[in-house]
Structure formats: structure tokens, C-alpha cells
Design a protein around this ligand. Sequence first.
Ligand SMILES: O=C(O)CCC(=O)C(=O)O
Ligand SMILES: [Fe+2]
Length: 277
Amino acid sequence: MRLEEGSEEWKEMSKKVREACENHGCFILRCDEILPKSVSEETFHHMKALFDLSDETKEQYVTPKPYRNYNGKNSVIPLSESFGIDDTFLLDKAQAFANFMWPQETHLSVEGYGLPQHYISANGENMISTSFSRLIKYKVSESNNEYETVLPSHTDGSVLTIVCQKDVPGLEVLSKTDKWIEVEIPDDAVVVIVGDILKAWSNGRLHAVTHRVVLKGVKERYSIGLFANPNEEMKVEVPDELVDNQIHPLRYRPFAFGEYYSSYVSNPKEALQFACI
Ligand SMILES: O=C(O)CCC(=O)C(=O)O
Ligand SMILES: [Fe+2]
């Protein structure tokens, strides 16, 4: 259902999305209307064929930017293979998907604060300008461990991330009470995850949830992550309206996204530390 911006339903939905982002750092979004089953089936079918190419062919995919290469022999994540692709949204269909998703999702997650409109437009447009996606295959371990962490726990270095998967579950999020919870992603849905940038911008109110991927069976898993990033120069600055001296004193100094991203690439676990007050 497409919501009319500013309508009662829109306001109600913004409140729900904001609460989910504050309390859980993620939510499930059903998108059967904009992402027909056939497109998703076809995408994952092609993805399998892509990963079935020879190592030699896959390794030819090299780009200078971090996280954008073919990554198939990483000792930290030996059971994961991935391709990072810049500006996937330039393709017509993907562009339409992105146009729908990003502005609506970023608007909805920040609009619940009732901020002046310029903050909302800044989020919708600037915060998503250099999005990229990662196609990921998780392989089953030969040691036949029943329970294998194939992607270690982390928060995302994005504004928002959208993940979709095919058939095999595996994504887990860490609750605020320190419990790992398996995320069930229905076939016609995606999970939206709050990244570090939205956490900093919201003065820590929105929760950048820690997550990981665990395989529990004998089947390999395919997933796609879409990472919404601002451009390097964009300043991430907490709006005055989200600061108060009692409950929410300012937690992050203003910083450029590029400054954060260098910190993320060298130490993802502590990447936001440099901006903490
Ligand atoms: O594969 C997934 O379900 C999640 C991937 C992820 O968290 C990431 O690439 O940052
Ligand atoms: Fe992630």
C-alpha cells in the first residue's frame, strides 16, 4: 500500500516505524506490490549462476572502493562470498524500487519526531546518494557444524540497510536485553536495518542494531543487502530539536560521512567512537 505523505495513515505509520527503529533497530517491510515474486525469483536464480562462475572469473571483478570487490577469500569470513556493486539503482527497475524505498523509509523512520520539513528532505535526498548493494552467498561448512556463524556480529556503516533473502533463514539481531533473535523474512518482504549514521544523526535515539548471520542447516544461503549511504562530504549533524540537557544531551559532534567511513573501514566495531562527545 502506497501511503499519501502527510495523511493520517502516513503519520500513524511514521510513529510505528520510529518506535520499531528506536526499540529494535529494524522492521520487516512487505513489498509484494513493488517487488513481484517473479523478479525476486529471477534475481536469485541469476545470483546463483553468478556465484557458480569459476574463482578465476569472479576474482577479475576488482574496484578501488572498499567493500565493492568480489570478496571470496577472506579469512575473517571464510564461508562468505560477495560482490559489492555501486549505484545498482541506475538500472531502470532497480531505480524505481530505490525511489520508492529509500525516501519513504528514511522519511518514515525520522518523521515520527515531528521535525521541520527541511530535515526530512535532507534525509530523503542527501542521505542516500551513494547507495550500493552486496550480493552474498554463504557456504555450508565442510566440518558439518550444525550451527555456524558465517557473518560475525556487526552494525552497518550505512544510513539504512535493506536485506532480502531466498528460502534459507540465518539473519539474527541482538535484542536490547542481549538475546539473539532469528529474523524471519517472508518471501515477499525485506528487513530494514538502522545503520550507524541514522543512530548518530538521531542523537542515539534510533538503535543501530547489532546483527550476524548464522547457518543452521546444510543449505547454502543467498541474500542481497542494499546499503543507503550519503556522499562523502555530507555532514551528519544532530538536529537541535533532538537534543535536551536532561534525557538526551548531545552525544555526537558533527562529522562528514567520509570521516566516519574511513573509521568504519579500519575498525567497524568502534567506528562511531571518534564522533562521541
Ligand atoms: O546476509 C544477511 O542477511 C545480512 C548481511 C549483512 O548484515 C551485511 O552484509 O552487512
Ligand atoms: Fe549488516
